[in-house]
Ligand binder design. Structure first.
Ligand code: NIG
Ligand code: FE
Length: 424
């Protein structure tokens, strides 16, 4: 990887530099800064200046390297705050069955769905999981994503959950995409506990959570709080135990039916509640009051041909909104955050600016990193996606195209001319 080290680098004359402003989640419309043209000065992995080119040059003096970016635009490295990064196998045949009329729930009931990925993941070695993970991380990086949240949850037993966490730890050490890790042992009820979700939660609470906490590398605990999977009472017990142990908590909530998972998110002080297609107004208000991020996953609605979350209602209730791919092999097999922006604009009723904040500043806040990531401002990490277009609106306006040409993570070039600089 080419490092800028302690060098002072100037990326100058972008036709546009686009960023939100701030260090925390934004409710409603964020302050957006557009420098047309704009330059970004970088030193020691950090942004040390940003603004109109002449002003940056005048303020920031000498540079070891100056790179002309005329015709291109710059946005913050995107953040994907909800991914199921590590798993084995794929479900493309199952997807085709859905195209022929089967539903996601039919397939799950017939032993497919999450359970089929669990079987494949149990059978895989850690190395195999990592090899697949690297491919996905490279795809993310090439699409301008520099930081993700990643979950376990395709093991559902001790050995495989730990294997997934080990694979994630190793990937986070060797791949430039920054990762925060989440334990999601409560992603589904494993075959061994069929019909006994409460017993499985007891097992997770007593045996796995303390061990996972002791690793020191897992920040969050997540649960699939949904009718027929983990109901409110079991979810509450699991999340309360996770809080007791010092984890932050997040939920898959109200995805398929309204069950009140979003209200529970507020009750337990979750960092984020995700999906939220069937959240009701009262629970949205509770989330807003408790400061729970509403992370919307329009790729899942698109791919399952389901309903979309009501972004406008969340905004009116006072919630900050982040967008994520929910990258996983079943319900949303994509890692394109620009596609989520397009779905956000076209199907969630968001403006371009709101969708942009949803994959940058608010996505950073959804993983508690808004103080150092998510905007192009002095003092933040130099995580920059450089687009091949003069106007970042092309991310949505010219949808289905990857406009990301170069990517910098913490001042290092990690994608150049659309390819990862260093195969991890
Ligand atoms: O977030 N809802 C549960 N979990 C995933 C789906 C995982 C899968 O189908 O493998 C989700 O949509
Ligand atoms: Fe998910």
């Amino acid at each position: 990887m080419t490092s800028t080290g302690c060098k002072r680098t100037l990326l100058e004359n972008f036709t546009e530099v686009l960023t939100a402003v701030g260090n925390q989640a934004v409710v409603g419309d964020a302050t957006i800064q557009r420098f047309c043209p704009g330059s970004i000065a970088i030193e020691d992995g950090m942004i040390v200046d940003v603004g109109p080119p002449d002003q940056v040059l005048a303020r920031s003096g000498q540079f070891d390297e100056r790179i002309d970016m005329t015709g291109k635009s710059a946005i913050p490295g995107m953040i994907d705050p909800h991914t199921h990064l590590v798993f084995a196998g794929d479900r493309c045949e199952e997807f085709n069955r859905r195209l022929h009329g089967a539903t996601y729930v039919d397939i799950a009931k017939a032993g497919g769905g999450i359970k089929s990925t669990v079987r494949a993941t149990r059978a895989a070695t850690q190395l195999q999981l990592e090899q697949r993970g690297i491919q996905v991380l490279n795809q993310m990086l090439m699409q301008g994503v520099t930081t993700i949240e990643a979950k376990s949850g395709y093991g559902l037993d001790h050995a495989t959950e730990i294997k997934q966490l080990d694979a994630m730890r190793s990937l986070s050490q060797k791949h430039p995409v920054e990762m925060v890790q989440t334990f999601m042992g409560a992603h589904e009820i494993p075959a061994e506990f069929e019909g006994r979700p409460a017993d499985y939660i007891d097992y997770l609470n007593q045996d796995l959570l303390p061990e996972v906490k002791a690793r020191g590398d897992v920040t969050y605990v997540d649960i699939f709080c949904e009718r027929g999977v983990f109901e409110l009472e079991d979810s509450r017990r699991h999340l309360e135990r996770a809080c007791e142990l010092g984890f932050g908590v997040r939920l898959h909530a109200d995805e398929l039916v309204h069950m009140g998972g979003s209200g529970l998110a507020a009750e337990v002080g979750a960092i984020s509640a995700d999906h939220l297609v069937y959240a009701d107004r009262k629970d949205m208000e509770r989330m807003a009051e408790a400061g729970v991020m509403a992370t919307l996953l329009p790729g899942t609605s698109f791919f399952l041909r389901g309903n979309y979350a009501d972004a406008k209602a969340f905004r009116e209730a006072g919630c900050a909104i982040a967008l994520s791919t929910d990258f996983n092999p079943g319900s949303s097999h994509t890692c394109s955050q620009s596609l989520m922006m397009a779905l956000g604009c076209m199907n969630l009723g968001m403006t371009f600016e709101q969708s942009f904040v949803g994959v940058t500043l608010n996505a950073a806040a959804a993983i508690q990193q808004a103080h150092r990531l998510g905007t192009l401002e002095v003092g933040k990490s130099a995580d920059i996606a450089i687009l091949d277009t003069h106007n970042p609106l092309f991310l949505v306006y010219n949808w289905g195209i990857n406009h990301v040409e170069h990517v910098m993570k913490a001042g290092n070039w990690v994608v150049k001319n659309r390819l990862p600089v260093q195969a991890a």
